[in-house]
Design a protein around this ligand. Structure first.
Ligand code: NAI
Length: 328
């Protein structure tokens, strides 16, 4: 019996994400929460002939009912980017939305695995962590920033470039989830043909700024929703498989490095001690983060990317942490 709550379920990501989750036989209750339109989305999805029960909850008064007892809470609530905006520009609006949803989860589903999609992920994950600390229910192994779209994009773009079937291209993407903080480790892709420096720089840039391609193409109508729904569902379903169905699965995800102190040692040797949160390959299991796996050796090019990322990522983390400290 696995209850999953999607917060922001009526949105551009929330609807197709819920549609994919509804198709899973691993979920017994799909609870849809938003500040608008969830009764309609829930009624619609509930006609699909899979076993999970679907409930719709709308507005703050129904948030407790939506979230209570959840095993997994997925949060794609908040505003998306418009052309010319960075993810950090969303902070002002999305920070308080994520804080309030995290507060409800801390009160009514303190053991839930929290999957954070709302941007800026580099800051919203520390916000959720700080809220959980405030309520004394913090377990760093259970809070994840969903960076799966970066991994999905990396395999697609590298696959296109080298003429390989995209889903067979396994590229770790570490760091954060915004522009220069996204660090694809292309030098470690198994069996990849050597790229020229120009190809390497171009494909790296495309992975880092792939979100901008979509924002520009949608021309004011939002950011990635369908590819994000695919990526978010992949992460949530893998987490469910690992946590509740005994499967051994690895995903890169943005976590507090303390979630596995020993496993983080290898990462710390490479990135130093300045960053509390980092996207790393994580072995998922019954407690969420079972272990943090080695990120491997960075090539000189990747080392250069990392140096560029540190200041921005550090600032993003501090912004999220301070936001909760300064909230009443
Ligand atoms: P959207 O505007 O289509 O949907 C957002 C939904 O959140 C709306 O239905 C809205 O009513 C709802 N919402 C607003 N305040 C809420 C609250 N307090 N409680 C519950 N629901 C609330 O936006 P879209 O395109 O679905 O994007 C959602 C978020 O996901 C954005 O922050 C976006 O930047 C982020 N995103 C993250 C990605 C990632 O890789 N992690 C990729 C793409 C987008």
């Amino acid at each position: 019996m696995v209850k999953v709550t999607v917060c922001g379920a009526a949105g551009g990501i929330g609807q197709p994400l819920s549609l994919i989750l509804k198709q899973s036989s691993k979920i017994s209750h799909l609870s849809l929460y938003d500040i608008v339109n969830t009764p309609g989305v829930a009624a619609d999805l509930s006609h699909i002939n899979t076993q999970s029960k679907v409930t719709g909850h709308v507005g703050n008064d129904q948030l407790k009912d939506a979230i209570i007892g959840s095993d997994v809470v997925v949060i794609p609530a908040g505003v998306p980017r418009k052309p010319g905006m960075t993810r950090d520009d969303l902070f002002k609006i999305n920070a308080s939305i994520v804080r309030d949803l995290a507060t409800a989860a801390a009160k009514y589903a303190p053991k839930a695995f929290m999957c954070i999609i709302s941007n800026p992920v580099n800051s919203t994950v520390p916000i959720v962590a700080e809220v959980f600390k405030k309520y004394n229910v913090y377990d760093p192994r259970r809070i994840f920033g969903v960076t799966t779209l970066d991994i999905v994009r990396a395999s697609t773009f590298i696959g296109e470039l080298i003429g390989a079937e995209p889903s067979t291209v396994a590229c770790k993407v570490v760091g954060g989830h915004s522009g220069h903080t996204i660090l694809p480790l292309i030098s470690q892709v198994p069996g990849y043909p050597k790229l020229t420096q120009d190809q390497l720089e171009k494909v790296t840039h495309r992975i880092q700024f792939g979100g901008d391609e979509v924002v520009k193409a949608k021309n004011g109508a939002g950011s990635a929703t369908l590819s994000m729904a695919y990526a978010g569902a992949r992460f949530a379903l893998n987490l469910i498989d690992a946590a509740f169905y005994g499967k051994q699965l690895v995903e890169c995800t943005y976590v507090q490095l303390d979630s596995d102190k020993q496993g983080a040692q290898d990462t710390r040797r490479i990135i130093g001690n300045e960053l509390e949160y980092f996207s790393v390959p994580v072995a998922l299991g019954p407690n969420g983060v079972e272990s943090i796996l080695p990120i491997g050796t960075l090539s000189p090019f990747e080392q250069g990317l990392f140096s560029k990322a540190v200041t921005e990522l550090k600032g993003n983390i501090a912004k999220g942490t301070n936001f909760v400290a300064e909230s009443k």
